[in-house]
Design a protein around this ligand. Structure first.
Ligand code: KG4
Ligand code: ZN
Length: 343
């Protein structure tokens, strides 16, 4: 009988709780998003985020237990997002996880949020086999990694400044769109005329696998200022912005496959929900004989399932402990959870 892991995600503006059992899969999961609460401020207000996590975490734990028909006594271990993220928000998940694990006398394990994203496509069917290249595109990170197994990650390239998600969010703000900007910009871009505006493709020919997106928002700002921004023009700019971000991501992902000689690409993180990005990658990588894997749409953005899953895999490597000091790591670097480096 394999272990049942309870996962708790609270690093930003989503409280995600899930139960995962190795060998059986995801038993249940629940999510509360704070998008509506933060939207009137145009972005995440950390203090409000923490307070809301406090309100949500226990009812959501009860909900997943009920849905999976599991009692707390049947839970074998608890995984929580230890970082990176907002300090106060992380503390809520960490304290809930440690208090519960202490009370139940079961192991606890802190999970790196990006490792959760990185492994989330393995929850999908079909799941990719190792090794693969991962394109990690969340709100705060844009990285290309070679993944040889759980904990076997090699950084191939990353953004030198803004993340792709940030480029979406900041450009959306300049276009007067709400938070979160990515989905709003993608929606507006649907009515835009492709090719009406051309934005720069930063670092496309840099001969490495790094990215830079900070110049893009300046270029968007210039377009916004230069043009009479009626709804159609804003849609045209949104379209150009999306095109620019996607082209860079797709071509760098292709280069990463060429560089590593691998054929499987896995896309993880919130921007991975973007339909245009998916179409472009499927086309480009399919042409080259490769395959692209994505998490289910609901597991692209933050969720508890990826934390329960990553926790279960780490626990299988005997990495759980009963040291209930909940030291969170708001600025944790993914490099620190790497077990093996490739040349
Ligand atoms: O992975 P995630 O939920 O949170 C972080 O860990 O950061 O990613 C959130 C990011 C935000 O920047 C959001 O605007 C972006 O993912 N995003 C999208 C889409 N859905 C979410 N960007 C483009 N198109 C989308 N459909
Ligand atoms: Zn995330």
């Amino acid at each position: 009988m394999s272990l049942i892991t309870l996962g708790i995600e609270s690093s930003c503006d989503e409280t995600g709780i899930a139960l995962y059992q190795l060998g059986r899969g995801l038993l249940s999961h629940a999510l509360h998003t704070q998008i509506e609460m933060h939207s009137e401020y145009g972005g995440v207000v950390p203090e409000l985020a923490s307070r809301d996590h406090i309100r949500r975490v226990v009812p959501l734990v009860r909900k997943v237990m009920r849905e999976a028909n599991i009692t707390l006594a049947q839970v074998d271990a608890i995984a929580f997002t230890q970082g990176p993220g907002l300090g106060g928000a992380l503390l809520v998940g960490a304290s809930a996880a440690n208090a519960l694990a202490y009370a139940l006398d079961i192991p606890v394990i802190g999970i790196h949020h990006l490792e959760g994203h990185l492994l989330s496509p393995l929850l999908a069917d079909p799941a990719p086999e190792f090794p693969f290249v991962a394109l990690l595109v969340s709100g705060g990170h844009t990285q290309l990694m070679r993944v040889d197994g759980v904990g076997l990650y090699t950084l191939l390239g990353e953004t030198l400044d803004d993340a792709a998600g940030e480029a979406f969010d900041k450009s959306a703000k300049l276009l007067g769109l709400g938070y979160p900007g990515g989905p709003a910009l993608a929606k507006l871009a649907m009515t835009g005329q492709p090719g009406k505006f051309k934005l720069p493709r930063p670092m496309l020919h840099s001969n490495d696998l790094n990215f830079s997106f900070s110049g893009l928002k300046t270029a968007v700002l210039t377009l916004v200022k230069q043009n009479d921004c009626d709804i159609q023009t804003r849609a045209d700019i949104a379209c150009a912005t999306q095109e620019a971000i996607i082209e860079v991501l797709a071509l760098k992902a292709l280069s990463a496959l060429t560089h590593t000689g691998l054929t499987r690409l896995v896309v993880a993180g919130g921007v991975g929900a973007n339909r245009h990005l998916r179409c472009r990658l499927n086309l480009d990588i399919g042409k080259r004989g490769g395959t692209v894997f994505y998490p289910d749409l609901e597991f692209c953005t933050d969720n508890g399932a990826m934390i329960a899953f990553a926790g279960a895999l780490r626990l299988a490597q005997q990495q759980g402990h009963k040291d209930y000091r909940f030291n969170i790591k708001p600025r944790w670097n993914l490099q620190e959870v790497i077990n093996l480096k490739h040349p």
